[in-house]
Design a protein around this ligand. Structure first.
Ligand SMILES: [Zn+2]
Length: 475
């Protein structure tokens, strides 16, 4: 059958991925928290947020497993203390990171209940772990750092001309931030030949991050805090008055993403219970991507009509002015559609590959939580819900950003594939119905995940001069 593109229709889940990736979606359609909950976790009770920390760690392991841009990584963990002798592969990188984490000395929290601050002497340990993580993922880090480089001098120019929007102090903090970013860009560019960053560079990054959070540019727990910070205000101002098409806050978080993940893994070393896990045997097995067949998809007005009819046949709810809404939706959408789309290399997304491997018994005794290096897409999120409904399981991920991507591929589940497919189609058609209802609304800002660490935090108070001095040591 190779070389033949299988035609797919409105009874195929893939049809909806192709349709939805062309439907402007509401940003921040994060799924509610129940998707994150990780219940029925044998042998471990959720004491002191232990489960949410384990979930954070699984997400962190997925993050640091990336070494190539465009990849997505998913992780499930199995906790057991038996002597499992089955042959497993030990990817060296994760092994190294966990070995380094094991060597961090444990300092029990102060008995007087003072804030859980990581002792300064542990900074060296953190910097080394963080260096290993950055160097493994150097290409992605370098890409994230330099992505908006071309806009930097423009923004600095706008800021220096401003006399009214920010106070003198705020302006100086923002200029320092831009100088920091410029330094990072320069040093990463210099490191391109070797692909290796120095200890001094990582320490500089940590100090800069501490400066950014302590001077109110970013929230302290970067992904959880929704409070408006200085960078948000700068973003609003840049968008309104200077039409800058990206957000400084998002860029800043991208630049610091591996440092933030390193920080979250470092929590392991400072939780009494998680430390016990760290001392256990650690093994990793890598799954291969499921094979998929190329397909072609007809996205004409006619097929959208068929999909909507199927939706209405399954529901007793008839929206008011349905015919009008439907016509307007189809007309609006059909302007954006190619009639036929061919996908040569559809992909089973990482989290689904992992769930299928679990359902097939290829991975056993895992926690019902899939750590992923990014939020799940709309299709995967509906898949996981349908999977839980059909198999009576409670698999969770960190959430969904609500967007769909072309070339999404349905993973076949042995035994209950047809039942799952029907449950999935019911859900995805409800999604289509809600899109028809809301198609006139505008896109909103996409928010990042709200993974709260609740762990210890750095208390590094470095001045901008100290950061620059450190940075010059490397010049
Ligand atoms: Zn997905």
């Amino acid at each position: 059958m190779s070389g033949i593109n299988q035609p797919i229709n409105t009874e195929d889940p893939e049809y909806y991925a192709e349709l939805f990736c062309r439907t402007p979606r509401f940003a921040n359609r994060r799924l509610p928290n129940d998707e994150r909950s990780c219940p029925d976790f044998p042998g471990i009770q959720n004491v002191d947020g232990l489960l949410s920390r384990l979930q954070t760690i699984l997400d962190g392991v997925a993050d640091i497993s990336l070494c190539q841009r465009g990849n997505v990584s998913a992780t499930m963990a199995c906790l057991k203390d038996d002597k499992d002798e089955s042959a497993r592969r030990y990817p060296q990188h994760l092994q190294t990171i966990f070995e380094m984490l094991r060597q961090v000395p444990y300092k029990p929290p102060a008995a007087d209940g003072s804030p859980n601050v990581i002792a300064n002497e542990l900074e060296d340990y953190f910097v080394e772990i963080s260096k290993a993580i950055h160097n493994y993922s150097f290409d992605i880090f370098a890409y994230r750092v330099s992505k908006r480089e071309h806009k930097l001098s423009d923004i600095r120019g706008f800021l220096e001309q401003d006399r009214t929007h920010f106070t003198i102090e705020e302006r100086s903090t923002l200029v320092n931030f831009l100088k920091n970013v410029h330094r990072i860009i320069m040093k990463v560019a210099k490191a391109q030949t070797t692909g290796q960053l120095s200890t001094t560079f990582i320490r500089m990054l940590l100090w800069m991050y501490s400066y950014w959070t302590q001077h109110d540019l970013l929230p302290k727990d970067s992904l959880a805090d929704k409070k408006v910070k200085l960078l948000d205000r700068a973003d609003a101002w840049l968008a309104e008055e200077h039409n800058i098409g990206f957000q400084l806050r998002r860029w800043a978080l991208k630049i610091m993403s591996f440092l933030i993940t390193a920080d979250r893994l470092f929590i392991l070393t400072h939780s009494h219970r998680l430390r016990q896990l760290l001392q256990g045997k650690f093994s990793v097995s890598v799954l291969t991507s499921p094979t998929t067949a190329p397909y072609c998809c007809d996205l004409s007005s006619k097929t959208i009509q068929v999909a909507l009819n199927a939706t209405m046949a399954e529901t007793s709810y008839l929206p008011s002015d349905w015919d009008q809404k439907r016509e307007s939706f189809i007309e609006w959408l059909s302007k954006k559609l190619e009639v036929s789309e061919v996908r040569q290399k559809p992909m089973v997304h990482a989290e689904l590959a992992m769930i299928i491997a679990m359902a097939k018994g290829e991975i056993k005794d895992v926690l019902p939580y899939v750590g992923v290096s990014k939020l799940s897409c709309l299709m995967c999120s509906h898949y996981i819900r349908a999977f839980n409904e059909v198999t009576k399981q409670k698999i969770a991920t960190k959430g969904s950003h609500g967007k769909a991507y072309p070339g999404w591929s349905w993973p076949s589940l042995p035994d209950s594939d047809e039942e799952l497919r029907q449950a999935f189609l019911r859900r995805i058609r409800q999604q289509l119905l809600s899109d028809v209802e809301q198609h006139a609304e505008i896109l909103r800002r996409l928010l990042d995940s709200s993974v709260g660490s609740g762990g210890p935090e750095w208390q590094i108070d470095r001045t901008i001069d100290e950061i620059e001095e450190l940075s010059d040591m490397e010049a």
